[in-house]
Design a protein around this ligand. Sequence first.
Ligand code: MN
Length: 342
Amino acid sequence: MSDFDPNNFAVKNDNFIGLPFDADSANIILLPVPWEATVSYYTGTAQAPAAILAASYQLDLYDADVKDAWKLGIYMPPVSTEIEELNEQTRALASQHIERLEMGEKSIEREVQQINRNCQQLENWVYQQTKDLLAKGKLIGLIGGEHSVPLGYLKALAEKHLSFGILQVDAHFDLREAYEELTHSHASIFYNVLEQIPSVKRIVPVGIRDYCQAEVDYQEFRKEQVKVFYDQEIKEAIFEGSTFSQVCTQIIKQLPQKVYISFDIDGLDPKLCPSTGTPVPGGLELTEVFYLFKKIVQSGREIIGFDLCEVGSTSEFDGNVGARVAYKLANLMGHSLGIIDS
Ligand SMILES: [Mn+2]
């Protein structure tokens, strides 16, 4: 590290942005979870960790919001081949199953049970990995994969932090009680979080613009816990003269002291994530979400963890945007917890 020059081009050393850290020396671990068993539209997010790593070498290390950000110490371990194999098996089963449903045929119970069991195995793996990293004092950014992957991480985090909130950037609510009969669906992550993790006292979804009646009803049922900022409401407030800064103040007011950020890349305008699993027109600009994150940190709140999910891999630009989001979130998380000053 002593001879590392942050002004130089990145060396392709198999670590994020070519940073000079390893599993021991890093403070922040970007844990890759190459999983897309339950995706229902475009595939490719299982390769997102590889796409983000490949694109990351193009980034500059300077971050205007966090001085000497590169010194925080970020490390991205290699992708687990065990999880890659489990993903491939499960994806094969799930795509047969989803095709059957789309043809109007009945599902095969044995097959559904096998998919759900494999998804549980993935959750257990994420839980154990993140629990071990937290025990070593590491901060973690989970790099999906589809949006179902953070459940095990949130369970591990909930053992360390007994009360926290989640800022969810997303086009979708993900509040379905199972989707396509799959209990661990990407469309059910926050239903599962609310039903299974009592330490999560508040969820603040931002950018929501594609959802069903049952999700609206469930949000209404959980309205003290789920404070939603629909994309349409945000845009209309701005059309009528509110500023984005005022919108951010309202969002931040709903967040407790400890904040976990769950960033589904499809919360952004799809021009920034063209090959994500389920792109939806509308959404936020990258500058807007980065401003919101910075304001959260400036409010004195702590970012205790994050995930970045649903980044596509079939166009190179998705990895480029994903790498920038991962770096900004890691930097602001470290800064909010006082690892380095700014
Ligand atoms: Mn989502």
